[in-house]
Design a protein around this ligand. Structure first.
Ligand code: ADP
Length: 330
């Protein structure tokens, strides 16, 4: 096979510049009888915020544990900055900062003391360590709280100490498991500002797991998981655009029968999800008039809306994304 002519590749398509930071290849994981991850492949690019979105049990934590070298995958391969997570875990650990869902800082110690301890783990000491602690606390907006015990900080500030801790060794990649859990809306906004700043100013690649749609909307690209499988991959805008047009949802006494007759009359798929008739149409508003005229008295309510990530999930899986009580949706 002839080699590609490297000279002819324009700078913007330079293969080295675009080589993925994380490469997931046919990754699978089985716990005894349960297939938690199934043939998942995707790349994460430099300096992007990449979201792993999925409902509970979809395999996010399993993938997170494999990437953070806490667990070996039973199938396939995960590579971070060119190092195999299974075969070169020490090299991978130098490249990643990990922020777990559960607190890992010592609440009885000050913010600076927590970071000092973390620095020692990575072989930092003396003036270098002192400078790094000041730099990291400054970066997460906590320079003036260095000497305060972590237990006296707000939930959002404590999460920022976790962030600073994960960044102490200047990792290229930051992995965060459900970073918004337990934070109020203001603290969530702050956290996302810091993540975007890290991406833009430090070119850190950020990977977050989340079961929250609104959090996923902040990501540059998303991998959507369902029952261990990758069901969608792309930017939030691309994924929503793929739906094409608008989403129409109807309440009716006989949803199954109505859906069947709408499909016969107008063509295209028409489903019943959670007892409601649901379909996608390019010109939603025009369709509303047509369908109400075609089936007089049969439709109790009808709504037309722009597609959301939930619609993307429904489109790919045929069922709703149950997001739990935290998101406020049933
Ligand atoms: P998520 O983080 O998206 O909630 P997980 O990766 O925790 O998903 O779980 C994926 C699937 O694997 C679920 O069906 C879960 O019950 C199962 N699972 C997770 N951890 C274990 C374990 N240690 N042993 C057996 N099954 C597990």
């Amino acid at each position: 096979m002839p080699l590609p002519d490297v000279e002819s590749v324009p700078a913007s398509q330079d293969v080295r510049a675009e080589s993925p930071v994380i490469r997931i290849e046919r990754l699978g994981h089985r716990y005894d009888q349960r297939q938690a991850l199934d043939d998942v492949s995707f790349d994460v690019r430099p300096a992007e915020i990449f979201g792993l979105l999925g409902p509970n049990g979809s395999g996010k934590t399993t993938l997170f544990r494999i990437l953070s070298t806490l667990m070996l995958a039973t199938e396939g391969r995960a590579t971070i900055m060119g190092h195999d997570a299974a075969r070169e875990p020490n090299q991978v650990r130098r490249e990643i900062g990990v922020v777990f869902q559960a607190a890992s800082v010592d609440a009885k110690l000050t913010a600076a003391e927590n970071l000092r301890h973390q620095g020692h783990l990575y072989g930092l000491s003396g003036r270098t360590l002192k400078r790094r602690i000041a730099e990291m606390l400054g970066r997460v907006g906590l320079a003036d709280r260095a000497r305060d015990r972590v237990e006296t900080l707000s939930g959002g500030q404590q999460r920022r100490v976790e962030l600073a801790k994960g960044l102490m060794h200047h990792p290229a990649v930051l992995l965060l498991d459900e970073p918004s859990t337990g934070l109020d809306p203001g603290a969530r906004r702050d956290l996302w500002l810091y993540l975007k700043m890290l991406r833009d100013e430090e070119r850190v690649t950020v990977v977050v797991t989340t079961h929250l749609m609104e959090e996923a909307e902040h990501c540059d690209r998303l991998a959507i998981l369902n029952e261990g499988k990758l069901v969608a991959l792309g930017t939030p805008a691309e994924l929503k655009r793929e739906i094409g047009g608008e989403v129409i949802v109807m309440e009716a006494r006989e949803p199954q029968s109505l859906a069947r007759r709408i499909a016969e009359r107008f063509g295209g798929p028409c489903n019943v999800i959670d007892g409601k008739v649901r379909l996608e149409r390019e010109h939603g508003h025009r369709f509303v008039t047509d369908v109400v005229e075609a089936f007089p008295g049969e439709i109790d309510s009808i709504s037309v809306s722009k597609p959301t990530l939930e619609d993307v999930f429904i489109d790919r899986t045929g069922h709703r994304f149950w997001t739990g009580p935290e998101s406020g949706t049933p």
